[in-house]
Design a binder for this molecule. Structure first.
Ligand code: AGP
Length: 611
C-alpha cells in the first residue's frame, strides 16, 4: 500500500506531485506529504488525513507567501502499517542530519534491529514508522555518494520497498529503487518521474520503464540511468502504455466506482476480443497445454478469490478436472500438495497483492506451472508467472473492484472452455456455442446498465439495515460471496454470504423481522430450492430481494416481502456476469444513499502489498 511519486524537470514539481498523488490516493489515504529543496535544507509539508488536507496546507503556504515549490520533489500517500496516522508519521521522512529525504511504500521487517543499532550511535528518531529507518540509515552510510548509500541501504534492509530518495548535496538527482513493491519510471519532454503506478504520470507521458527488484534508477532533468546493485549500468526497454488519460479521470460520474461499473460492456468486449485477436492473450491460450495437469488450484484474495470460486464451478463442469480454490494468504503457509502436474492459477487485478505473489512463488518452488490473470501490465505477478492472461479493464481506481472482476470472470470462462476442448470433453461445435453465449454478455450487461432505476430505488430503502445476508446455490452461491463483499466494503453494513442449503444449519437464527436477504436465482434446476429458502426466511419476517433469471413463482409471493430484479437469460455458467452487475449497483447505491466515500472506503487500500 502507499503511493509514491517523484519528479525532476523543468516544471514546478509540486502541482505535478499533487496531481499524481490524486491518482495514487487509492493506495492509501491516511496521510500525505511532499518534499522539495528549500533554501536551508528540505522543505517538507506533510499532514494526517486525505490529500485535500495537504492541498489546504499548500494553499496556506501560498497565502503566507511561502509557496512550496522546486523542480525536484517527492510525494507520498500513506496507508498506515507501523505507527498511527499522524503528521509526524507521514512521509517524506528526513534523516536527523537533514541530508536525505525518503518516501517509502512497503514494510521494513528488520526496522527494529536497525533502529536500535542507529540509536546506539546516537541517531534520534522522530516517528514510530519503519520507513524513517531508511532515511536515517541512508544518512549513516552517506559519504558523499548517494547512489552508494542507497545500495548499502538496500543491502541492509529486509522486507519490501519502493523508494524515492533525495539528497541535499545532489539537488539535481532523484534516486529510486525497489524490491517487491511496484515502481515505474516515466519520461517526457519536460522531465522524468518515479511513481507507484502508471495513472500518476499518464497526464504527462505514456512512456515508462518498469523497475525490477534491486535495480536503481538515477533521474536527472534530461536523463535516466539504471544500475544494478554492483553499480553496473543496465539497459532497459521503454514501454508505451496504451491506457488513455480519460481512463484515469471520473468522466462526469460522481465516483470512479460508478464509472467503472458503467464501463463493463466495453471491458467485456475488449477482454473477449483479446483472446480472439492476435496478441499475448491469444498466444497464451493457443499454447498452454492442459493434458499434463491433473489438478488446478486457483488462489487469490478478496474479489479475485471470489472470481476463482465462481470459476471452479465452470472448470469442474466443463473440464471434469478437480479444482481447489484457496485464499492466497492461507495457501502460502499451508504446504499444499502440489507438483509439476498441478496448474496454479493466480488471479489479481493489481498483480501486486503480497499474499498472491507469495502464493505464486510457493507454487513455483514446488514445481507447479503458474498462470496468472492480471490487469496491470508490468506487475510482479504478470512478470513472474509462467503464463499470463491480461484483463482488458484499463486502470481501475475505485478501491472496490468491479470491471476488473468482470473481466477476470470472462477470461476464466474462456480458459475453462479452451481446456475442455483440449481435453476433448467439448466438441468444436459445443465450444463455438459456449463462446457465442459469452459473446452476448456485453450487450446483456449494457441492457442491465440502461435500467438501473429499480435497483437504485430498492437500494434507497436499504440504508438502515444493520446486516444483510446473501444466499445462493451452486454458482449463485459463488457470486453471492462477491455481492456480500462489495456491500460490506463500501456501505459498512455487516453482511454474510451463505449457501442456501446451509441456512438451516445455524444462520437462520440471525433472521428476524425485516432482516434483508438477497437471494440469487439463476440455476433453473435449483430454483425450487432457493425459493424454499426464500420462503423460510420470509416466514420468519425477513424481506427478500430476489435477483436472477428464474422467477416464475416470484409473483406468487407477498410483494411487500419479496422484490424481484429480473436478469436476461444466459447459460447458467455465465450468469454470474449478469448477477454481479446488479450486486455492484445495489452496493453502490446503498453506499451513495448513506453519503459515504465510495471510492475510498475506510481502512482499505486498493493494492494490498503488505501481509
Ligand atoms: C475488492 O473490491 C477488494 N478491494 C479486494 O478484495 C481485492 O479484490 C483484493 O485485495 C485483491 O486485489 P488484487 O486483485 O489486486 O490482487
Amino acid at each position: 500500500m502507499c503511493g509514491i511519486i517523484g519528479y525532476t524537470g523543468k516544471e514546478d514539481a509540486v502541482p505535478i506531485i499533487v496531481e499524481g498523488l490524486k491518482k495514487l490516493e487509492y493506495r492509501g489515504y491516511d496521510s500525505s506529504g511532499i518534499a522539495v529543496y528549500g533554501k536551508n535544507g528540505f522543505d517538507v509539508v506533510k499532514q494526517k488525513g486525505r490529500l485535500s488536507v495537504l492541498e489546504d496546507r499548500l494553499k496556506d503556504r501560498m497565502r503566507e507567501n511561502k509557496p512550496l515549490c522546486g523542480n525536484l520533489g517527492i510525494g507520498h500517500t500513506r496507508w498506515a502499517t507501523h505507527g498511527e496516522p499522524s503528521d509526524i508519521n507521514s512521509h517524506p521522512h528526513v534523516g536527523s542530519k537533514n541530508k536525505i529525504a525518503v518516501v517509502h511504500n512497503g514494510i521494513i521487517e528488520n526496522y527494529k534491529q536497525l533502529k536500535e543499532r542507529l540509536e546506539n550511535y546516537g541517531v534520534p528518531f522522530a516517528s514510530q514508522t519503519d520507513s524513517e529507518v531508511i532515511a536515517q540509515l541512508a544518512e549513516h552510510y552517506y559519504c558523499g555518494d548517494i547512489i552508494d548509500a542507497v545500495i548499502k541501504v538496500s543491502n541492509a534492509v529486509e522486507g519490501s520497498y519502493a523508494l524515492g530518495v533525495m539528497c541535499i548535496d545532489e539537488r539535481d538527482t532523484l534516486i529510486a529503487v525497489k524490491k517487491d513493491n511496484p515502481l515505474i519510471i516515466g519520461i517526457c519532454d519536460h522531465g522524468n518521474f518515479i511513481a507507484s503506478d502508471v495513472p500518476a504520470v499518464l497526464k504527462h507521458t505514456n512512456r515508462v520503464y518498469y523497475l525490477n527488484d534491486k535495480e536503481i534508477a538515477v533521474l536527472r532533468e534530461g536523463s535516466v540511468q539504471f544500475f544494478n546493485m554492483d553499480r553496473e549500468p543496465l539497459q532497459k526497454n521503454i514501454e508505451t502504455i496504451k491506457w488513455s488519460m480519460d481512463s484515469a479521470e471520473k468522466g462526469g460520474y460522481p465516483h470512479f466506482m460508478l464509472k467503472e461499473i458503467m464501463e463493463q460492456p466495453r471491458v467485456l468486449r475488449d477482454t473477449i476480443q483479446s483472446v480472439i485477436m492476435e496478441g499475448e492473450n491469444k498466444n497464451v491460450l493457443d499454447n498452454i497445454s492442459v493434458s499434463c495437469f491433473n489438478k488446478i488450484i486457483i488462489t487469490a484474495c478478496g474479489s479475485a478469490y471470489n472470481a476463482g470460486v465462481t470459476a471452479k464451478y465452470v472448470f469442474e463442469k466443463l473440464c471434469r478436472i478437480s479444482v481447489e480454490v484457496e485464499l492466497a494468504s492461507e495457501f502460502r503457509y499451508r504446504d499444499a500438495i502440489i507438483d509439476n502436474k498441478t496448474l496454479v492459477i493466480l488471479v489479481s487485478q493489481s498483480g501486486e497483492t503480497a499474499d498472491t505473489i507469495a502464493a505464486m512463488r510457493e507454487a513455483k518452488s514446488k514445481g507447479a506451472s503458474t498462470l496468472s490473470i492480471v490487469n496491470v501490465i508490468g506487475s510482479t505477478i504478470a512478470k513472474e508467472a509462467d503464463y499470463c492472461l491480461f484483463t482488458a479493464a484499463g486502470p481501475e481506481i475505485a478501491v472496490a473492484t468491479t470491471k476488473a472482476f468482470s473481466a477476470q470472470l470472462v477470461l476464466l470462462y474462456i480458459l475453462a472452455i479452451r481446456f475442455a476442448l483440449r481435453l476433448k470433453i467439448l466438441s468444436h461445435n459445443e465450444e463455438r456455442e459456449l463462446l457465442a453465449q459469452i459473446a452476448t454478455l456485453p450487450d446483456k450487461v449494457s441492457a442491465l446498465l440502461d435500467k438501473t432505476g429499480s435497483i437504485q430505488m430498492y437500494a434507497s430503502t436499504c440504508v438502515g439495515y444493520k446486516s444483510i445476508f446473501f444466499i445462493g446455490r451452486n454458482i449463485d452461491y459463488a457470486i453471492a460471496l462477491e455481492g456480500s463483499l462489495k456491500l460490506k466494503e463500501i456501505s459498512y453494513i455487516h453482511s454474510e454470504a451463505y449457501a442456501g442449503g446451509e441456512l438451516k444449519h445455524g444462520t437462520i437464527s440471525l433472521v428476524e423481522e425485516n432482516t434483508l436477504v438477497v437471494a440469487l436465482s439463476n440455476c433453473s434446476y435449483l430454483y425450487g430450492k432457493i425459493m424454499s429458502n426464500a420462503e423460510q426466511v420470509i416466514s420468519r419476517g425477513a424481506k427478500v430481494l430476489l435477483i436472477g433469471s428464474c422467477s416464475d413463482a416470484a409473483s406468487a409471493h407477498d410483494s411487500e416481502k419479496l422484490y424481484h430484479i429480473s436478469l436476461p437469460h444466459v447459460h447458467e455458467m455465465f450468469s454470474p456476469s449478469l448477477s454481479v452487475i446488479v450486486l455492484q449497483l445495489f452496493s453502490y447505491y446503498v453506499a451513495a444513499n448513506k453519503g459515504l466515500d465510495i471510492d475510498k472506503p475506510r481502512n482499505l487500500a486498493k493494492s494490498v502489498t503488505v501481509e
